[in-house]
Design a protein around this ligand. Sequence first.
Ligand SMILES: Cc1ncc(COP(=O)(O)O)c(C=O)c1O
Length: 377
Amino acid sequence: MKIEPFALERWLTRHELHVKYDIAESGILPLTMADLLAFEPEDRRAETLDRLLTLPLGYSEAVGTLHLRTLLAETYRNCDPDNVLVTTGAIEANFLLFNVLLDAGDHVIAPYPAYQQLYSVPQALGCHVSRWEIRPETGFRYDVADLERLLTPQTRLIVVNTPHNPTGAMLSPEDLRRVYALAESVGAYVLCDEAYRWLTIPGGDIFAPPAFDLGPLGISVGTLSKPFGLPGLRLGWMVAPKEIVAKCWSMRDYVSLSPGKLNDALGVLAITHKDKIIARNQAIIEANLAAANRWVDNHAGLLSWTPPRGGLLALLRYNLDIPSLELSDKLAEEYSVMLAPGSAFGYEGHLRIGIGQNPSVFQQGLDATTRCFAELR
Ligand SMILES: Cc1ncc(COP(=O)(O)O)c(C=O)c1O
């Protein structure tokens, strides 16, 4: 497979080890193993730690342990552990699904701008990809009427991502049902990248149910990376009809074989304490959202944004005569701030901001960006 470079990842790896204020971060402030253990009731901590320390680090169950798949299945409707395949992050789940569901020549609809994998992999497989645009003129909202115009009898797959990276747009429960009904009318699958599931915003929109819950053409992809602050575990999953899970598993034999055994065990701990972890995230998101709103207000005329309606990402529009990549490089190299270039998502004149960072680092990042803007003006 010939595939174009993943622009965002290439840019991130140039700067992420050198900057002090990463406010482009697409996830929530990471947890440590000690944090995870502290969510256990006090009288169980020693036993849990001992279980982790004495876990034989052999190969793990290829599909993910039954324990982890059972806990994940409980977060969907009518879902059996055999509907779940634990993967190396959501990125592997998406990659396997595209390869299993699509053939060269198929028609695919994917959001744009987007996390590049969602359209570049189908393109690399030789599919015709139509862009379902999420436009600033509509306040970065999904418009299902636009999707309807793109649908053809040849459409094999509709890809959605809600909450959306990079705009923070959300599909409402009614809109996701309309998307599903449109897919059903042509026999296409709906692959919903739900990497930002459970990351609600104060005053934001209600979450649509997972796509899997809508019927046999609905496929959900999830991860511990974003909502749990555990991207280093590289643990994601797909929830899909069993025959699709079986085909993805079979392809996965050639790619990563199985999840890491320790990661799977830590994943069990994270899902077990989901509610406490989500509450911890809410406090971070709330503080940073307030700081970002104040900051944008203080730069009226220079900056504008539509705050995220879910998840933790948004695009900042800037009114300066400088391409986004040049501006992002300048911020990283001279001001030690990471704000991702809109160009990495196909969107010039914008920077992507993430509101999941440690609130004190987040505020310092905003202050350093203010100094950079002062210099440029
Ligand atoms: C929409 C979306 N899907 C998938 C991923 C990959 O996440 P993971 O770390 O679970 O592989 C990301 C990461 O930024 C993302 O934003």
